[in-house]
Design a protein around this ligand. Structure first.
Ligand SMILES: [Zn+2]
Ligand SMILES: [Zn+2]
Length: 144
């Protein structure tokens, strides 16, 4: 039988060792948990962004159903080129209030598709904002 002091040291050592083992296990487990959390997060965020994309596309379709699906100026119908234009201008100011892109579409829908908006392609819209009219045509052109 070892003197009590030695016993105490042995016990202390084993406790420490046990603790070390436990913390190693925890560490390993934590890494594993982190990894699975990362995977889970990645999978859900991907799924969520896909859902958001689908929602946005649907919303965009609604917008085009309301305001037209071709550029009012040049008649281009590629949805990807189209944007909603504020007929009387002031788009930028308005966008800073309600937001741009999807948030702007949501705003339109919430407000019951208000008048004063039309569909233009980015080219015509850009020209209108820079020059005040689109060089494409002069009939609608003066005030696209
Ligand atoms: Zn156009
Ligand atoms: Zn144009």
């Amino acid at each position: 039988m070892a003197p009590p002091i030695i016993m105490a040291i042995i016990m202390a050592m084993t406790r420490e060792e046990r603790n070390k083992q436990r913390s190693d296990w925890h560490k390993k487990n934590r890494d594993k948990n982190l990894e699975s959390m990362r995977k889970y997060y990645h999978a859900t965020s991907k799924k969520q962004s896909e859902q958001a994309k689908k929602r946005n596309e649907l919303l965009k379709k609604e917008v085009h159903a309301q305001y037209g699906s071709v550029c009012k100026c040049c008649g281009i119908s590629e949805t990807i080129f189209l944007t909603v234009d504020h007929i009387e201008g002031g788009g930028n100011k308005h966008r800073t209030i309600v937001g741009s892109g999807t948030r702007f579409y949501v705003w339109l829908k919430k407000n019951g598709w208000p008048k004063g908006f039309q569909i233009l392609c980015f080219n015509c819209n850009f020209a209108k904002h820079i020059k005040g009219f689109c060089p494409h045509n002069s009939t609608v052109g003066q005030k696209v």
